[in-house]
Design a binder for this molecule. Structure first.
Ligand code: NDP
Ligand code: 8X3
Length: 254
């Protein structure tokens, strides 16, 4: 394939979807992934129709090793040379104090945000190593830099993403593979609706009274990181809304 290939996990919503549009505009052929098959199919058709690139969707739950591997093994040969991997699929569930947390929610966050990211990276990295070329961009968070109350496990998963990113960068150094991360503060996506189990009122309250980041802001940042010259790697970008100083301090006009 002439154009470079990018694989985006969690492309059905928010940051992943905005990144799919942005990278399509930049001329990447796209592999888009997620669990919601209808959205994936619609996005695949939309991208092929509106951008001059190819797009293929893979439908799997990133927590399920067999689903993930079967899907990746079905990828046609011309899609094998993935140059850019955006490890974006992830979620937070609940906001309870540690002694009241839900074990099932903890497992889902750990299995998605840490183990899912590791598993898909392991599927794609051998090809990058063989070609001595590639770039992984992990989506971390301000929650990977600081812990906040009632978010210990989500923060723990993003701290793990930070450590994995740093470790990957060391291991992949001799192979010329770039490893970057993007660490956003509040971004208005499906994130809070998922965190509060579909409670729109609670989700909207998170962004009320301030201007948060939008998914497109993060997509722009990802595209900028991916477009630096070969000798330049952006290790990490910590990006916040102007109205948010850190994980716990926001300025709201309500
Ligand atoms: P969204 O809820 O809008 O999107 C999350 C994406 O992850 C969806 O496409 C979803 O796809 C995918 N996903 C979740 N679980 C799975 C799974 N088990 N298997 C496959 N795909 C999965 O949220 P965002 O766009 O905000 O989140 C994207 C990333 O950004 C996450 O890693 C999040 O932690 C991070 N982040 C978000 C911030 C924010 O404030 N929004 C700030 C900092 C970081 P589907 O449901 O179809 O499977
Ligand atoms: C998402 C941002 O502050 O809700 O990672 O953890 S925050």
């Amino acid at each position: 394939m002439e154009n470079k290939i990018a694989l985006i996990t969690g492309a059905t919503s928010g940051i992943g979807k905005a990144t799919a549009y942005k990278l399509a505009k930049e001329g990447y052929n796209l592999i888009i992934t997620g669990r919601r098959v209808k959205i994936l199919m619609e996005l695949e058709v939309f991208i092929q129709k509106n951008y001059k690139v190819r797009c293929i969707s893979l439908n799997f739950d990133i927590r399920e090793p067999n689903e993930l591997e079967n899907s990746m093994h079905k990828l046609p040969k011309e899609w094998h040379e993935i140059e850019l991997l955006i490890n974006n699929a992830g979620l937070a569930l609940g906001m309870e104090s540690i002694h009241e947390g839900d074990l099932q929610q903890w497992n889902q966050m750990i299995d998605t945000n840490i183990k899912g990211l590791l598993h898909i990276s392991k599927m794609i990295l051998p090809g990058m190593v063989e070609r001595k070329s590639g770039h992984i961009i992990n989506i971390s968070s301000i929650a990977g830099k600081e812990a906040y109350g009632n978010g210990a496990v989500y923060c723990g998963t993003k701290h793990a993403v930070e450590a994995i990113t740093k470790g990957m960068r060391i291991d992949l150094l001799p192979h010329g593979i770039k490893v970057s991360s993007v660490s956003p503060g509040m971004v208005d996506t499906g994130f809070s609706t998922v965190r509060f189990s579909g409670n729109k009122e609670k989700a909207e309250a998170v962004y009320k009274g301030l201007t948060p980041l939008y998914a497109e802001d993060i997509a722009d940042t990802i595209a900028w990181i991916a477009s630096r010259p070969k000798h330049v790697n952006i290790n990490d970008v910590l990006i916040m809304p102007t109205a948010q100083a850190n994980a716990s301090n926001t300025y709201k006009k309500i």
